[in-house]
Design a protein around this ligand. Structure first.
Ligand SMILES: Cc1cc2nc3c(=O)[nH]c(=O)nc-3n(C[C@H](O)[C@H](O)[C@H](O)COP(=O)(O)OP(=O)(O)OC[C@H]3O[C@@H](n4cnc5c(N)ncnc54)[C@H](O)[C@@H]3O)c2cc1C
Ligand code: FES
Length: 267
C-alpha cells in the first residue's frame, strides 16, 4: 500500500468572500475534506508560502476560513476573489472535545481573531444546547470596527448567553467595555464549568487567573495555541512547545498539560 502524502494539496474553489474588517476576510470554500471543529488547514499561495488557518465553520461541503492579512502569505490569500482557487492541505490537529462539557456549563472565551477558532464549536453548542447546563460565550475585541461575524449576532444572541466587550469603544457601542478579564469577573461561571478558549497569550494567561478565582479547575480549561508551524505533521520541530508538537498534539491542550511551559517566558 502506498502511504498518503501528507503534503498533498487540494485545489478548492472560493464560493463566497465576505469582508469582516479592514484587513480580514472570511472565505467559503468548496471541498470534500471532513474536518472537526478545532482543527486547521495549511493554506498555500504558490510562490509565496503557506500558513496554518483554523477552520471557522462547515456546512455540507463548504468550509470557512477567516484570514487576517498579517504578512506575505495571508495578504496574498486575502487578495483572492470569489471563483478563484485556494490550495489547502489538512485537516490537521485535534478537536474541541465538546462531550467533556455534557451535563456542565460550557464557557467559550475568545479574543480578537480567536473568535474564528471558537465560532464553529459555538454553532455546535447552539445545536446541542440541551446537553449543557448553559452555554456562555465571552468575546473581547479591540474596537467596534474590529468585530468579526456581525451578521451572525442576531442569530446567536437569543440562543445562548453571548456577551461582547470592547477595549476601546466609540459612540456606536452600547455594550460592555473593558478587557475580557473584566467580563469574566462579572459573569456567573460554575466551578465545574468546561472552558474552551482562543486568543493572544496574555489574554489566555489572565483569563486563566480569573477562572481559577471562580474555582474552575485547570484541567477543565482548554486553550487553542498559536505557534509558528511549517510541516504541521510533527517532523520539522518548528512548533515545539515543551515536549509537545502544537501542530499534531494540539493546537488544543488542557491548561494543566501546558501550564509549566506556558508560564515560562522563553518557551
Ligand atoms: C493553529 C493555527 C491557527 C491559525 N488560525 C488563523 C486563522 O484562522 N486566521 C488567521 O488570520 N490567522 C491564523 N493563524 C495565524 C496565521 O497562521 C499567521 O498569521 C500566518 O501564518 C502569518 O503568515 P504571513 O506570511 O502572512 O505573515 P508573516 O510575515 O510570516 O508573519 C506576520 C506576523 O504574524 C506572526 N506569525 C506568523 N506565523 C504565526 C503563527 N503561526 N502564529 C502566530 N503568529 C504568527 C509573525 O511573527 C509576524 O509578526 C493561525 C495560526 C495557527 C498556528
Ligand atoms: S510544524 Fe513541523 S513539527 Fe510541528
Amino acid at each position: 500500500m502506498i502511504a498518503q502524502n501528507p503534503y498533498l494539496l487540494k485545489k478548492c474553489r472560493i464560493i463566497q468572500k465576505i469582508r469582516e474588517t479592514e484587513d480580514t476576510y472570511t472565505f467559503f470554500i468548496k471541498t470534500d475534506i471532513q474536518p472537526a471543529a478545532g482543527q486547521y488547514n495549511m493554506i498555500y499561495y504558490f510562490g509565496v508560502g503557506e500558513s496554518p488557518i483554523t477552520i471557522a465553520g462547515k456546512e455540507g461541503s463548504i468550509i470557512q476560513h477567516t484570514i487576517r492579512a498579517a504578512g506575505d502569505v495571508t495578504s496574498h490569500i486575502d487578495s483572492l476573489k470569489e471563483g478563484d482557487f485556494l490550495y489547502i492541505r489538512g485537516p490537521y490537529g485535534n478537536r474541541w472535545e465538546i462531550e467533556k462539557a455534557y451535563g456542565k456549563q460550557l464557557v467559550l472565551i475568545s479574543g480578537g481573531l480567536g473568535l474564528a477558532a471558537i465560532k464553529w464549536i459555538m454553532e455546535e453548542a447552539i445545536k446541542q444546547k440541551e446537553n449543557f447546563k448553559g452555554v456562555l460565550s465571552l468575546y473581547g475585541s479591540k474596537n467596534y470596527d474590529s468585530l468579526l461575524y456581525r451578521y451572525d449576532y442576531d442569530r446567536w444572541f437569543p440562543q445562548i448567553d453571548f456577551r461582547i466587550t470592547l477595549d476601546n469603544p466609540d459612540p456606536r457601542w452600547k455594550g460592555h467595555v473593558g478587557l475580557i478579564t473584566e467580563l469574566i469577573k462579572k459573569s456567573d461561571i460554575e466551578k465545574d464549568a468546561v472552558v474552551f478558549m482562543c486568543g493572544p497569550d496574555p489574554m489566555v494567561k489572565f483569563s486563566v487567573i480569573e477562572l481559577q478565582k471562580k474555582g474552575v479547575s485547570l484541567q477543565n480549561i482548554y486553550p487553542s495555541m498559536e505557534r509558528h508551524m511549517k510541516c504541521s505533521v510533527g517532523t520539522c520541530g518548528h512548533c515545539m512547545f515543551g515536549p509537545f508538537f502544537v501542530c499534531k498534539d494540539g493546537p488544543i491542550f488542557s491548561y494543566s498539560q501546558i501550564k509549566e511551559f506556558f508560564e515560562r517566558k522563553e518557551v
